[in-house]
Design a protein around this ligand. Sequence first.
Ligand code: 3PG
Length: 227
Amino acid sequence: MTSAEGGPQAGLRALLRPAAVIPVLVVEDAELAVALAEALVAGGLPVLEFTLRTPAALQAVQRVAVHVPGAIVGTGTVRSPDDLLRSADAGAVFAVSPGLSPRLAEAAERSPIPLLPGVSTASEAMSAAERGFSTLKLFPAVPVGGVALLRALGGPLPELRFCPTGGVSLKNAPEFLALPNVICVGGSWVAPAEALAAGDWTTVRALAAEAAALRPDSQPLPDCSAR
Ligand code: 3PG
């Protein structure tokens, strides 16, 4: 088993350390990405996942990587080796996938950026660990068993760490974050589609601050709080 700091996940845990919550973002218009990222970073959530579900996603990553210095920009919904390469080319510093296929695992070994792969069972977690992935996204977290599943996995697989995503909310996030094998959670609730469509960055920033307060060490950064 490869350590968290080597192989296809070199540096990943250090990148995720500032995150209590990773906003899972679906951006329809790359023009809005910088304002969105600024609001989230200012609220105290610097680690951002732009899902590759819209044509605008990679352009959004490019813009945020250049124009929002406090942001730690990643891509999500990475499903293929090509997605991984395009993510790195756009300036993403990490990538997240809903699951781990053999092709994607192989590509991650050669990738310039680390991959956080999704798993939903003990067998998938063990297979991922065999390939050098010890930090895993539990996806979709709540439907596959949530807190109870993570607690159960912590017994036989104590060295693995998880970022549960899917069904996580402000209400249930504290239960996840209290688990010793959870390093952060992912969720879309901090960037609701209606707020993005309306350009309501005040609401996004407030939601981010509320989420960041779930873990005191992820409070707003001094250099971003004035934005
Ligand atoms: C996703 O991939 O859409 C994430 O799991 C986000 O899920 P959520 O909308 O339940 O936070």
